[in-house]
Design a binder for this molecule. Sequence first.
Ligand SMILES: [Zn+2]
Ligand SMILES: [Zn+2]
Length: 226
Amino acid sequence: MLAGFIDLVLPPRCGGCRRVGAWLCDGCRGRIRRLHEPLCRRCGAEVESARRDCGCRQRLRSLARLRSAVAYEGPIELAIQRFKYQGWRRLATPLALLLVERLVVEGLAASWAVAVPLHPERQWARGFNQSELLAAELRARMSLETPPGQLVRARATPPQVGHDRLWRQNNVRGAFVWQGPDLAGRSVLIVDDVATTGATLEACAAALKAAGSGPVIGAAVARVSV
Ligand SMILES: [Zn+2]
Ligand SMILES: [Zn+2]
């Protein structure tokens, strides 16, 4: 557990290159790859022409929008791995700021920010839920309210990494459930660190919609190109 607290007492160190001085140094910021326009209006994927959507409507039925701040490459990939697996929790701030910037530019907001939950066993092993740290930053910086309940994993699911779109979709379908009052048509930002096909965010959005939410916007710091 000690390793999980080291970032709270040591001076800032770059999540991309480990240089001391800032949690994300200017050099690494300069090497962040932004997503290339045009992007699919619905899921935010890089597309060849600016059509209304890329064909994602059939599989992303519950998500009104999905947006990612940057590409999951280079310093951002390293920073997210240190954030999640090495307990560099202070990286939540610079990573969330990239996402806030993107959401503000697009004029996207919501009543609540809800994190994609980890299974309790995985959260216990890691000591924290990285998505919850990001959601907390979004609440503070975008003046969003704390949700009146919580989204939980109804069952454990094997990691999505290394599987195709259909497998991922089936793996997480019905895996989440809202515990709390009816969401009364209010809009929700569902927050994760990385989005690939959007299947996990979609499964979360389905649970929120089933609990009566209004539009659900998926928001991830980084996007994996598929
Ligand atoms: Zn750096
Ligand atoms: Zn799309």
